[in-house]
Design a protein around this ligand. Sequence first.
Ligand code: ATP
Length: 346
Amino acid sequence: MVFLDLQNLGKAYGDLVAVADFSLAVAKGEFICLLGPSGCGKTTILQMIAGFVTPTKGRILLDGAEISDVRPSKRGLGIMFQSYALFPHMTVAANVAFGLEMRGIPAQERAARVGEALELVQLGHLAERYPRQLSGGQRQRVALARALVIRPPVLLLDEPMGALDAQLREGMQIELRAIQRKVGITTIMVTHDQAEAMTLADRVVLMNKGAVEQVAAPFEMYEHPNGRFTSTFLGKANVFAGVVSGEDVMVGGNRLPMGNASASGDVDYIVRPEKLTFSTRSALISGQVAVRIFLGQHWLYQIETALGLVQLTEPNFGPPGAAEGDKVGLTWSPEHVRVVQRGVAS
Ligand code: ATP
């Protein structure tokens, strides 16, 4: 069942096409992450859903009704943007109550709902504090409570964790995911952080230059990237430009197995660093270790080969498999390879 339906949305600022032609059908309760590099049009899409930016073309339907021309305040969506300024002269409780007051909710119900929302974000004990007496993470939770307390049909989040340091951010991501599941609220979030998108999203919408590159669940997108851009934006990847020859792909003078992929002509041959292993006997390519870096969970190698610099990661079990300067053979299983027609996706 489609709950939020974005149909052929486009936005141009003069000659600049911020969003080309964007369609997405979002199910009730789904968590969507709009992911992509700076300037790809993510925020513009969110602003069009919120009603702050008027689309040049396309329609927006919420629960079957068109809202394209409805004023932002009448759309009643929960919004938490990058700059989620709280009212400094109001307590936490008053900040959260504000939206309810505007909607004329009676005092008793207001108090109950504010209490509920603050419990949800685990801030019940800080209701009487002022924003300046809170940490960055706590302020961010107040903003989330403020967005949720009006019980909006859709929650819109634009880089909500942009101001938090890395460690706090990770904790908040897991917390946000738990809250979103508990409330069951349909959520659209903008982020340029691929790890954040993978942690939170049911489906990731990966964008580039105003257009969609791929829409998929995180695991699906990681395992089956549809091209060079997706494979390198979501995680790390070795991408070799090659030409299909029978059952194999020729990359330079090397014949690489294609598995059961079906492709022809010019292709990108994609294999993730963790799918590569060192091999003395059945090596597909050989090279010399240029760099080895310890990253805690694994070792990262950069290996000079005839195909260029290749990356390999090795789990941190026991001693590492090679040292800098070593001559090594590399292998991988054909089933872990993605072969994508070049020019289909950039
Ligand atoms: P970021 O992650 O940096 O916020 P984004 O993916 O959210 O980027 P948008 O903010 O949607 O990107 O911007 C998309 C494009 O539209 C950019 O090239 C931007 O410069 C342009 N743009 C956005 N708003 C306006 C505006 N009001 N007037 C003119 N150009 C704009």
